[in-house]
Structures are given as structure tokens and as C-alpha cells.
Write a protein that binds this ligand. Structure first.
Ligand SMILES: [Zn+2]
Length: 155
């Protein structure tokens, strides 16, 4: 579920429903109809995402609104951003859960490691965070980071 949201690709069941709604409509304003049906799909996807179990909580904290995330024109993903957004990466809590490491301690500071710790808490990255916040002009935290990212391509 989180991978689909991060990639901005609606679940196939919702896309099939959208296709069926389009097929059943008989009008000559296809582009408008497609946009309306996509909007309906995104509303349904948002409800599914909001109601989804707590296993995807980290991604849901970062991306609470699927509709905003999908509509961001400059949204680009890479290896590191995907790790951060999914929480599936070289973070102590994940590597421990996957049996890759025995503990979940941050190698830089000795605290419990997680995506939130690495990006928003660890003192190893304090200067980077401070510099980023001064460039952006806003506090960067788990509730604000994707909103700030979506505000501009530079962010
Ligand atoms: Zn640390």
C-alpha cells in the first residue's frame, strides 16, 4: 500500500473501477470525464489510505493526503527518498526487524535508529538540518517535510 502511494500509482482495483465507470458513460467530453473519474478514484484511494491499518504509519505520517502527493508535478523519487518515505532502508529499526542487524542503535549517536531519528533527530545531521531549514525558511519535521517538498521543486 505504501509503495503505491509513494510511487503515485493507484491500486489496480480502483483503476479497473475507474475504467468501468468511463466505459459505461456515453458522452463526448472524454477529457473532462476522465478527469472527473480520476478525481473519484483519488477520493476512493484517499479513503482506503486513511482507513488502512497501522503497518504503514510512517508513510502515512509523511504522506497523509494521497491526492496532494499524486498531483505534485515535480514529485521525483530516488533510492534514498524511497527508503526514507517507506521506512524500508538502512535504518536500525528496519534492519533489526529484517534480521540484518542484531540491534537498532544508531551508529552515529547510540540512540534508537529509525527514519525519523536519522532525518529529524540525530545530532550527526544537525548541521545539515539547520542549513536546510534556513534555505527553506521553515522547520522540517515528519509532518511538514512532504508539504514543503511539494511547495516547490527547489525544496
Ligand atoms: Zn543518531
Amino acid at each position: 500500500m505504501a509503495a503505491q502511494v509513494i510511487a503515485g500509482i493507484p491500486p489496480v482495483t480502483l483503476l479497473i473501477e475507474e475504467g468501468l465507470r468511463l466505459y459505461s458513460r456515453d458522452d463526448d467530453k472524454l477529457r473532462t470525464t476522465r478527469l472527473l473519474e480520476r478525481s473519484t478514484t483519488l477520493e476512493k484511494w484517499q479513503r482506503v489510505w486513511s482507513d488502512h491499518s497501522e503497518t504503514e504509519m510512517w508513510s502515512k505520517t509523511l504522506i497523509p493526503d494521497v491526492r496532494q502527493w499524486v498531483s505534485c508535478k515535480h514529485r521525483r523519487l530516488d533510492f534514498y527518498l524511497t527508503q526514507f518515505l517507506s521506512g524500508h532502508g538502512y535504518f536500525g529499526d528496519y534492519t533489526k526487524r529484517m534480521g540484518i542487524t542484531k540491534g537498532s542503535i544508531c551508529g552515529y549517536c547510540g540512540e534508537e535508529d529509525s527514519p525519523e531519528h536519522t532525518i529529524f533527530v540525530c545530532q550527526r545531521w544537525a548541521a545539515w538540518r539547520s542549513n536546510t531549514e534556513s534555505v527553506i525558511g521553515a522547520e522540517v519535521n515528519s509532518r511538514s517535510i512532504t508539504i514543503l517538498m511539494m511547495k516547490s521543486k527547489e525544496n
